[in-house]
Design a protein around this ligand. Structure first.
Ligand SMILES: [Zn+2]
Length: 374
């Protein structure tokens, strides 16, 4: 009997699939985790959890990784995804360097290399594939997927980069280019691309255990050479109708401000990127930077009314000084009492966020397809 047949035996399939998806998400977030905790965290009954986890174990997607430490009560088996079962290659493209990482199903980064980012797409694809081929072993194990995070706009089919201004990439069929290179190297594997902030918010929501499950509206701000925003609205990733939602970096803060790559002037990202932050720091003017940063952030917060703002990237190194000042500035210009809105720094750094977000996205899809949820 196939996994799909056994999985659906005797239970309405829609409910079972929803339960399976929920369990998969909880294992990603809390692994290693016991069956009792999966039941507690999902609200799914213990017998159902045991049955579905049993199916995932019978196919080796989930394995035992130890027992809870002794205390009162019985020690319980801890479960994780099987690192041997599958891996993906997750890539984060930056202006200067590109990080290529091998991430296994248990969400461990087991290999990583950094290459210089080439503006020439052909050269970029060839250097990327050379680097990731080394991770596939002498036996040429194929990754389940390759996912590439870029600092720019991506078409909703997740194949084409519409615009990556820092690298002058426009309407670039990046996924196809890398797939072709992979084939030449004997690796048959699908490639997808996505925007770095969208992947960053995905990782934060799925993996940061400090974020309460009840928070369903989260704004993620990634401060690198530019500023990107990832949105998690009403409990899911929000991408808009053309997959470009979150381009708040191009909010005009000052119509007479510096020229932006979009052709307009005074966009928020031209004033609060990491290079601008360095400039303010050199002049000992962090407060002025925070002023500009909070003007843009307040516009987003007023428009979206989130439970939480997560900040990742360049600002994190000055966090002890940034947080109280940012809170005070936001309070002074708030439309209403937003004291319940939390601000925290990212649990992952500005490169790891998009890398784990990308890995998570494609590993979830792999599991959905392999276990018949889709
Ligand atoms: Zn702009």
């Amino acid at each position: 009997m196939s996994f799909t047949e056994r999985r659906s035996a005797g239970v309405p399939s829609e409910l079972r699939e929803r339960n399976l998806k929920t369990i998969i998400d909880v294992v990603f977030r809390y692994q290693p985790v016991s069956r009792t905790n999966i039941a507690k965290l999902t609200g799914i009954s213990k017998p159902t959890v045991s049955k579905l986890v049993g199916l995932l174990m019978s196919e080796n997607y989930i394995v035992k990784t130890g027992k809870t430490s002794s205390g009162l009560g019985k020690r319980q088996e801890l479960l994780s995804f099987n690192p041997e079962k599958a891996f993906v290659i997750s890539v984060d493209v930056g202006l200067a360097t590109t990080i290529v990482a091998k991430v296994d199903l248990s969400m461990k980064m087991t290999n990583k290399c950094e290459i210089k980012t080439s503006e020439s797409p052909e050269r970029f694809a060839s250097e990327l594939v050379d680097c990731l081929s080394d991770f596939c072993g002498a036996g040429k194990e194929s990754p389940a997927s390759v996912v590439i995070s870029v600092p720019g706009l991506v078409r909703s089919d997740l194949r084409t980069a519409i615009n990556v201004p820092l690298l002058h990439w426009t309407d670039l069929p990046l996924a196809e280019l890398v797939e072709e290179r992979l084939r030449l190297n004997g690796i048959v594997c699908g490639v997808s691309i996505n925007n770095d902030s969208k992947l960053g918010v995905l990782a934060e929501v799925a993996l940061n255990k400090d974020i309460p499950d009840s928070f369903s509206n989260i704004v993620y701000v990634l401060v690198k050479e530019g500023v990107g925003v990832g949105l998690y609205i009403n409990g899911s990733l929000y991408v808009g109708s053309n997959h470009i939602a979150g381009e708040f970096g191009h909010m005009s803060i000052d119509p007479k401000g510096p020229e932006c790559s979009c052709g307009r002037r005074g966009c928020w990202l031209t004033m609060v990127g990491s290079r601008e932050l360095d400039g303010f720091i050199r002049e000992n003017r962090l407060e002025d930077y925070i002023e500009l940063f909070s003007v843009g952030l307040m516009n987003i917060v007023n428009g979206l009314d989130p439970n939480l703002v997560v900040i990742s990237g360049a600002l994190e190194q000055y966090w002890e000084r940034v947080l109280p000042s940012l809170r005070a500035k936001l309070k002074s210009i708030a439309l209403f009492d937003q004291s319940s809105m939390e601000i925290m720094k990212s649990a992952l750094d500005d490169r790891e966020g998009p890398i784990f977000g990308g890995a998570l996205m494609v590993l979830r899809k792999y599991l959905d397809i392999e276990t018949g949820v889709l």
